[in-house]
Write a protein that binds this ligand. Structure first.
Ligand code: CAO
Length: 440
């Protein structure tokens, strides 16, 4: 006996009308449970819709470029007679994870057991979607099938530029990359896009075990995504870091007072920085901008969404606080605490992490005197903040103890001149010293 089973699009978070960009099977094909049937591509990521059970594809209900949402029927499957056919929506399996996701991800979604397909109820979108949205364009667009193909050939997809729609990597791109690598002198010569002109030496291959005991650890998925982005941003953007400091003695007194008046809310220096940065961005609109990939057009933003680097056990993420110009210190403090907690609980969704204009990376809670943050492309600047310290400051007549906050502004030198950066940090510093300037 065999039954026809509807293979449906599972819960894909808040995404709707997602285009089908690849048909992976044809009627008559035999598929295994969880084998990819079609590939979907949102503007943030790609995913396969897996077969809910093993069997024969009897009909496909979608074609290339159709748009689908959760519950859309992809095809009809004649389930193997021996297998107990799952029924109804329970058959909607978890979206098949990209093949190169390290095992750490498996903790995100409870795995399906042989007898019970993954039950998909209302839940957060899969981390894969979220992570791609944290750092837009950080992960190369390629279907899981092509990722597997690339892995089999040992090709690092972050080294390729896709020739397909939205920079999507095609099979031909991978083949051309391999061909260039084989005929043109190695991977450096084969690179297209990022780093294409970097004729770098191969990475040193060292057998560390020859020198002593070692242990190997896989990077988490977030670390890998972040790492690929940081490498691209570092290689592509001519960074300069402008260091300055702000006298926050009065600000700190006000912060403490606010803390005492609002014991339920943790007010840290970061919320003052957000407000001061917004005031400074208004004065220097070129810092609230993005350069396009050709490096020829600057998009100036009229909104003020600030990304905050949050350190989590799995790596760095950058949730975005929206419309910071329209929010007060306490509101921002509540929001900051909420997104930090959400980040550490791995609950950030795409909406929490997209649309940033300018980022702040605060290591002030930890220590240090200065650092050089890497710009979060396509933004053009990022502010690094280190720990404030009481120091003697010359007031023209004597030294007085003042609380000084170190600021480190990294900027894209293609867009921002050194003088503008120095004006920016001076303005920021003055604003932090005299918060009334925020009202100007
Ligand atoms: N100077 C002195 N003290 C500071 C300070 C500064 N610049 N910034 C924060 N502090 C204090 C806070 O007031 C708080 O003190 P109390 O516990 O006495 O109230 C303490 O340090 C801890 O603050 P916090 O880190 O919990 O809160 P925050 O608002 O400053 O930062 C967050 C929140 C999410 C940004 C932070 O927790 C975090 O993850 N920071 C790391 C970011 C990071 O990794 N950046 C590097 C990116 S590049 O690799």
């Amino acid at each position: 006996m065999s039954d026809l089973l509807e293979a449906k699009v599972p819960d894909i978070g808040n995404f709707t009308a997602v285009p089908v960009i690849e048909i992976l099977v044809q009627p008559g094909d035999r598929v295994e449970k969880d084998q990819g049937l079609v590939t979907l591509e949102s503007d943030k990521a790609t995913m396969e819709v897996p077969a809910p059970a093993a069997g024969i594809i009897k009909a496909l209900k979608v074609k290339l470029d159709d748009t689908v949402s959760e519950g859309t029927i992809i095809g009809l499957l004649e389930v193997d007679g021996t297998e107990e056919a799952p029924s109804g929506d329970e058959t909607a399996p978890t979206p098949k994870a990209e093949q190169d996701v390290p095992p750490a991800d498996e903790s995100e979604v409870p795995p399906a057991t042989p007898s019970a397909p993954a039950q998909v109820g209302p839940r957060e979108p899969p981390l894969r979607f979220e992570a791609a949205a944290v750092l837009p364009q950080q992960v190369p667009f390629a279907s899981p099938a092509l990722r597997k193909f690339a892995r089999q050939l040992g090709v690092d997809l972050t080294l390729l530029s896709g020739s397909g729609r939205n920079g999507r990597i095609q099979r031909e791109d991978i083949q051309a990359f391999v061909k260039r690598a084989l005929t043109g002198g190695g991977v450096a010569a084969a690179r297209t896009g990022v780093g294409s002109n970097l004729d770098l030496l191969p990475w040193p291959q060292v057998d560390f075990a020859k020198f002593g005991p070692i242990e190997q650890q896989a990077l988490t998925r977030i670390q890998r995504i972040t790492g690929a982005n940081l490498a691209r941003n570092w290689a592509m953007i001519p960074h300069v870091t402008q260091h300055d400091e702000a006298d926050i003695t009065e600000m700190e007194a006000f912060r403490k007072q606010l803390g005492q008046e609002n014991k339920a809310i943790k007010v840290t220096p970061l919320v003052f920085l957000i407000k001061a940065v917004v005031a400074t961005l208004k004065e220097f609109p070129r810092f609230n901008a993005s350069l396009d990939s050709s490096g020829e057009t600057l998009t100036l933003k009229k909104y003020f969404h600030i990304g905050i680097a949050v350190d989590t056990p799995d790596g760095l993420v950058v949730p975005v606080l929206r419309d910071c110009d329209q929010k007060g210190l306490l509101e921002l403090a509540v929001e900051l605490a909420a997104v930090s907690a959400k980040a550490r609980d791995k609950k950030l969704g795409p909406a929490d992490m997209s649309g940033g204009c300018f980022s702040i990376s605060s290591l002030g809670g930890i220590g240090g005197t200065a650092f050089t943050p890497i710009i979060n492309a396509p933004e053009v600047a990022i502010l690094g903040v280190s720990r404030s310290k009481m120091q003697p400051l010359w007031n023209g007549e004597s030294f007085t103890p003042r609380l000084l906050l170190p600021l480190s502004l990294s900027y894209d030198h293609r867009v921002i001149d050194g003088a503008a950066a120095a004006h920016f940090t001076r303005h920021l510093s003055r604003t932090l010293t005299d918060l009334r300037r925020i009202l100007l």
